[in-house]
Structures are given as C-alpha cells and as structure tokens.
Design a protein around this ligand. Structure first.
Ligand code: ADP
Length: 380
C-alpha cells in the first residue's frame, strides 16, 4: 500500500483504549482513519477522522463500514468474521486475516491449532457440560475455559477437585491441565506482508489474584538465555503458522523447570504492549501502522526497562470518574500517564495505564507502589 498516491483509508473495529492509542500513532502517518463502535462516547471516537456508530458483531454494520476501505483491523476479537471474509474476498486488506480470527476467537479451536502445529501448550479436553468433568478426575486440578465470549478472567474457572465441578460451564469449553506457573510472559511479534518479523523483548505479567486483572508488568522479562530463545522460537511458530500479517501478542506460562506453554494469543495490539509507547523506539501501535501501510518494520529494542500498571476503577465507586492523586503521580520522574477518556468508572474497569521508565528494578517497583497507593479512581 506504500505506493498508493491517495491517502489510504483504514478502519478499526472497536473504539476502546487500544483503538485510541492506535489512532494516536496514526497521527504520524499519511492515513485516513475510521472507527466502528456502538458507543459514540468511546475512547477512540474523537481521535479518528470518521466515526460510525454500529455493532462490530453485526454482519451488515461491519460490511457496510468496511466496503470503501483499503484496510481494516480490530482492537477486540469479538467481531463479525463473516463480514470480514466477504470484505477480504472483495479486496479489502484485513489485519489479521479473518481465518486467524476464527481460530483465535474460540478457545477450543485455538488449542487445537497449537496441538496441530506442535506448539507446546497445556494438555486439554473438550466439554459441553460441566458434569462431563466428573469423568475426567485424573485430569484435575484443571482450568475450565469457555470456548467463546470470555475475557479478562471472566469465562475461566479453576477446578481443583471434584467438588468444584459445578463452577464449570454449560457451554462448549475446554478443561486444561493446571500448569504450576513460575512466570507469566507475553511477547509481541509483528509480521508484515513480506513475511518479515519484528520481535519485542518478552515482558513478565503479574496478576492481581482478587480481580484476575493485570497488576503490573515488567519489561524486559528476566529470563535465562535458553528460556528466552525457547519463548521466541515458540511464539514465532505460533505467529508464522497463522500465515497472516499483523501484530500478535503471545501469552505463555513458564514452569519451574523452564518448560514453556502457550496460554493464548491475541492477533492485535495488546495490553502487554502499552509500555512500548515510551519504553521502545517503535511502539506496538506504530508497528501495526507500518505493517498495514506497507512500510518497513520498526525498531523493537527498548530505550529503558519499564514497568506498566493499569489504572483500575476502585471498589465501591461507580459513576462519573474522578482521579484522586493524579498530580502527585505526574511529579514522579519518568512516569507517563495515559487516561483513556472513559466517562464512567466501575470497580475493576480499566481506566488508563501508567508506564514508568528506569534502569533500576527497585526504582520501578518503588514508584509503582507509590502510584498504587496514591492514585485512586473514584466517582463524583
Ligand atoms: P482470559 O483470556 O480471560 O484472560 P486466560 O486464559 O488468560 O483468560 O486465563 C486467565 C488466568 O488464569 C491466566 O492469566 C493464568 O493466571 C490462569 N490460567 C489460565 N490457564 C491456566 C493453566 N492451564 N494453568 C494454570 N493457570 C492458568
């Protein structure tokens, strides 16, 4: 697309924070941007050239939105894939390809994909009713995951023993063997239409056990060289076998022995890549534009190590948002604040994120702690 004389028209399905940050990066390029989203007050609505109100899960809405565009991408997997397939057949470039979305949207198909391509992942069984788990007692402890529709920990249930079985799902799902996790890692890889790849250094994700949401994330991960190579090789195999240009975030578990298991893949810009805005030469958002516009891939190296934490709606507050303690946070050296522009807060809602840069891990953790206690997302 780099030789196109006119300004390419590129659409994004979904108008949340990922779309917003993608549009911030688009401002540096020769591109006309479009967003489809049901909520006209969404984080991305005011940053695109053209906003269309509509349901990204609806065939007609997606097809009509996409048919005049040169390229289209997503910021969430839960979109109408059939419309994207039709658009693709009519010459609209889709990043990632609809075939990839089909596989990834459904955790059953996703796990089968890993198995087919000899990609290490925890062993699993398919279920339609939770009662079937009773026959799988030898497989426990396990993690029951809804095939479609779960996100941010919703749609995931830990089944330790037979007595937990009723916590499971009554829809098509997978029961995965529980991995004794030492580290949770994410690695972002971009792949362009020439099949060239650019790999970001892996990051370590630390989760909040109560909210099941990311607590903070450190970049780069502290890994022994062999584990790093293994992760890169496994993640590259995941991405290359999709045979689709785009940007991919591969989430992996490492156990105490250093064995690596792919948990899941997102075929899009991802929460685990927010730090790349300030901490890396080319951010994940910049990179996706390079892929979509046919430009050379960017530099994935980091400028400084970083810690990223999400700004989450505090418990007990719902309604019009206020950010208590923001000024103190802005005084912290090398702490970069991103507020997503969501008008309403609710407990656990992702309202923004902060990236801190420092050469010293202790400094990163100290500052993160200060922020966690000093910044509270309340409602008026
Ligand atoms: P979601 O897509 O909703 O984020 P995930 O599949 O990533 O759900 O699971 C959420 C969390 O549950 C993971 O980050 C991990 O901590 C835990 N988890 C998921 N699968 C396993 C597993 N097989 N073994 C151990 N822990 C797991």
């Amino acid at each position: 697309m780099s030789t196109t004389k006119t300004r390419p028209k590129v659409g994004i399905l979904g108008g949340g924070q990922l779309g917003r940050m993608l549009l911030q990066a688009a401002a540096n390029y020769h591109v006309e941007t479009f967003v489809l989203e049901n909520d006209s007050e969404c984080p991305a609505a005011h940053l695109c050239h053209h906003f269309t109100k509509g349901d990204i899960r609806d065939f007609d809405a997606v097809y009509n939105f996409g048919k005049g565009l040169d390229a289209i991408t997503i910021e969430i997997e839960n979109v109408n894939v059939e419309a994207l397939e039709k658009l693709e057949s009519e010459g609209v470039k889709v990043f990632p390809k609809p075939s990839v979305l089909k596989t990834i949207k459904n955790k059953i198909l996703q796990k089968q994909y890993y198995k087919e391509h000899q990609i290490p992942t925890s062993d699993f069984k398919i279920t339609n009713h939770y009662a079937e788990i009773a026959e799988m007692e030898d497989f426990l402890p396990g993690v029951h995951k809804l095939g479609e529709g779960g996100y941010d920990g919703r749609g995931v249930q830990i089944i330790n023993t037979k007595s937990d079985i009723s916590k499971g799902f009554e829809k098509p799902a997978i029961l995965e063997k529980m991995v004794v996790i030492d580290k949770e890692i994410a690695i972002i890889i971009a792949i362009n239409e020439k099949n060239e790849t650019a790999i970001y250094p892996p990051v370590t994700m630390v989760f909040d056990p109560d909210l099941n949401l990311l607590d903070y994330q450190l970049s780069p991960s502290e890994l022994v060289q062999q584990v790093l190579w293994k992760i890169e090789a496994v993640a590259l195999a995941v991405v290359r076998n999709f045979k689709s240009p785009g940007i991919f975030a591969v989430e992996l578990f490492i156990d105490k022995k250093g064995d690596v298991f792919v948990n899941e893949t997102a075929p899009r810009v991802h929460n685990s890549g927010h730090h790349t805005i300030e901490a890396h030469y080319s951010s994940q958002f910049d990179m996706l534009w390079r892929v979509m516009l046919g430009y050379p891939l960017g530099n994935t190296r980091f400028i400084l190590p970083s810690l990223m934490l999400n700004i989450i709606g505090a418990n007990g507050y719902s309604g019009d948002v206020v950010y208590e303690g923001l000024e103190e946070v802005l005084k912290i050296e090398n702490a970069f604040v991103h507020i997503y522009g969501k008008k309403q807060t609710k407990p656990g809602r992702k309202m923004g994120h902060i990236t801190i840069l420092s050469n010293e891990k202790q400094d990163l953790l100290h500052k993160a702690n200060k922020i966690k206690h000093g910044l509270i997302v309340k409602s008026v």
